[in-house]
Design a protein around this ligand. Structure first.
Ligand code: ADP
Ligand code: MG
Length: 496
């Protein structure tokens, strides 16, 4: 079906028309402009390996210009003195705009990132709730009144940080851009967003849509470009008050080093290697279905994915057989086809990396239950790959792969599950499956991770904090905690 009466194809056609119309530039101070260097870079569709368009490539000169624009906007009365209620209305208008363009944004995301359209639609829909959630926060960024003897009044204000640099990855760009914009704006900051060079188009389209809502110029600025140039310039810049980064742990550490230039505030949302723990007393079919969805969803390119499936010894073989059976139904192919569940990886480089881990799993002595066949044809596809009888010390169980590769690891009892589950340098997310209520709560307390689930995996809610223990990051996004990450406290004493 390729005619435009098919809604998926209609959305694809609309997205392509926008992509091909040209003019993919930098947004600085309310104007779409070419990079100062005049440079551009290519945008590739990972499902076809074809070039979609060129985008202006920001580097440090453009970062300088964006910082000036964002600072001016931060101090301008049109933003600085806007009432919290007016900021609420501004964020609600953005949510409404996105809601009117779900299919178009999803199709742009699919073309640029390769994710299946259904997955992209879920991501865009989630961003609408994110903007509405943060819209509600604008009037609730509360200070405190501090007890005193009555001869003084002591109170605090929570004030915005100022100019926030935000660097996002390519795995779910629309969601990443939205959480970063919404969180910063609700607290009264201004933003310079650097989308990933591998998937920047929805950040550009989102910014166009936000501009249509009459947000003052310079409140959001968008600089497509590379990490080592535009990204590093943003992290090092003396005029940037905060850097929020989502990406790999290695680059997160570099961001911290760069941020020492002016001790800007830093929050980091980094890698993960989440334990998903299934006890023999669980609803096994539900657990298995969820386990497959989390490691195959978005082709495993999700930092919170459940990539270590811990299964109690007595059910190991039964579970791994069923996991392999279900994962085999994750059909790879055209992201716009109705029966496609699995899209390609983002790039040839990422596919090589994932393949090298599949090799490492086999060399390490894990048994390959599913996968291991090379994809013939265009696109950076890797089919679902399941290893069982994995030992937690193997490389495939310790390192973040970012592909549809699952390690099934047997465990004996509660203590063993916790010990092995925590034996990782990461701590982003985790889950436990059991019908025993006490055990469920004991195990989630013992697991060292920032977001946990009992009898589900990967479901999210904007009110639920997200962030890492250990080397999975600093600070939290979403929920009340995220307000702290975009404000600073001023305490005031009045002598009466
Ligand atoms: P991945 O390996 O998954 O692509 P990265 O951490 O390399 O994740 O990239 C995430 C984001 O960080 C991208 O926007 C990328 O351009 C940016 N980035 C990469 N290197 C740097 C750097 N040295 N400084 C700042 N940003 C960077
Ligand atoms: Mg791309």
């Amino acid at each position: 079906m390729t005619n435009s009466s098919n809604p998926a194809q209609a959305a694809r056609a609309k997205a392509l028309a926008w992509i091909l119309q040209g003019g993919k530039r930098l947004l600085i101070g309310g104007q779409w402009i070419e990079a100062a260097s005049g440079k551009t870079f290519e945008v590739i569709n990972p499902a076809t390996e074809e070039r979609l368009c060129h985008v202006a490539e920001a580097d440090s000169a453009d970062v300088d210009a964006a910082v000036i624009a964002a600072r001016k906007a931060f101090e301008a009365p049109s933003w600085a003195t806007l009432s919290p209620h007016a900021r609420t209305r501004a964020l609600l208008r953005i949510a409404d705009k996105i809601e009117q363009h779900i299919d178009e944004l999803a199709a742009i995301e699919s073309l640029d990132n390769g994710m299946p359209l259904w997955f992209a639609q879920g991501a865009v829909t989630a961003t609408v709730d994110i903007f509405r959630y943060y819209a509600g926060w604008c009037s609730k960024v509360l200070g405190t009144t501090i007890p005193s003897d009555g001869s003084t009044l002591i109170y605090t204000l929570r004030e915005p940080l100022g100019v926030c640099g935000q660097i996002i990855p390519w795995n779910v760009p629309i969601l990443m851009a939205s959480i970063k914009f919404a969180n910063a704006l609700c607290c009264g900051n201004t933003v310079i967003l650097k989308p990933a060079e591998l998937a920047c188009l929805t950040s550009i389209r989102l910014a166009e849509l936000i501009q249509e809502t009459d947000l003052p110029p310079g409140v959001i600025n968008v600089l497509p470009g590379f990490g080592a140039t535009a990204g590093a310039a943003l992290a090092q810049h003396l005029g940037v008050d905060k850097i929020a980064f989502t990406g790999s742990t290695a680059i997160g550490k570099q961001i911290v080093r760069d941020a020492t230039s002016n001790l800007k505030k830093v929050t980091l949302e980094l890698g993960g290697k989440a334990p998903n723990v299934v006890f023999a007393d669980a609803d096994i079919e539900k657990a298995v279905q969820s386990a497959v969805k989390t490691f195959c969803g978005n082709s495993g390119q999700v930092c919170s994915a459940g990539t270590r499936l811990f299964v109690q010894e007595s059910i190991h073989d039964q579970v791994s057989e069923r996991v392999a059976q279900l994962a085999a139904t994750w059909k790879a192919g055209d992201p716009f086809a109705a029966d496609t569940k699995l899209g390609p990886l983002i790039s040839a480089k990422q596919r090589e990396r994932v393949w090298s881990y599949i090799g490492a799993g086999q060399e390490g002595g894990a048994s390959l239950r599913l996968g291991g066949n090379a994809w013939s044809g265009a696109g950076y596809f890797v089919e679902p790959t399941v290893f069982d009888n994995v030992r937690n010390g193997m490389r495939i169980a310790q390192e973040e792969i970012f592909g549809p590769v699952l390690s099934i690891i047997p465990f004996k009892d509660e203590d063993d599950a916790v010990l092995q589950g925590n034996d990782t340098s990461y701590g982003l997310s985790a889950a436990v499956w059991t019908r025993d209520v006490s055990r469920a709560h004991k195990v989630v307390r013992a697991l060292k991770a920032g977001r946990l689930w009992i009898n589900t995996f990967g479901e999210s809610d904007p009110a639920m904090a997200f962030g890492g223990y250990k080397q999975s990051g600093w600070g939290r996004e979403f929920g009340q905690e995220s307000i702290e990450a975009y404000t600073q406290t001023k305490s005031i004493m009045v002598r009466m």
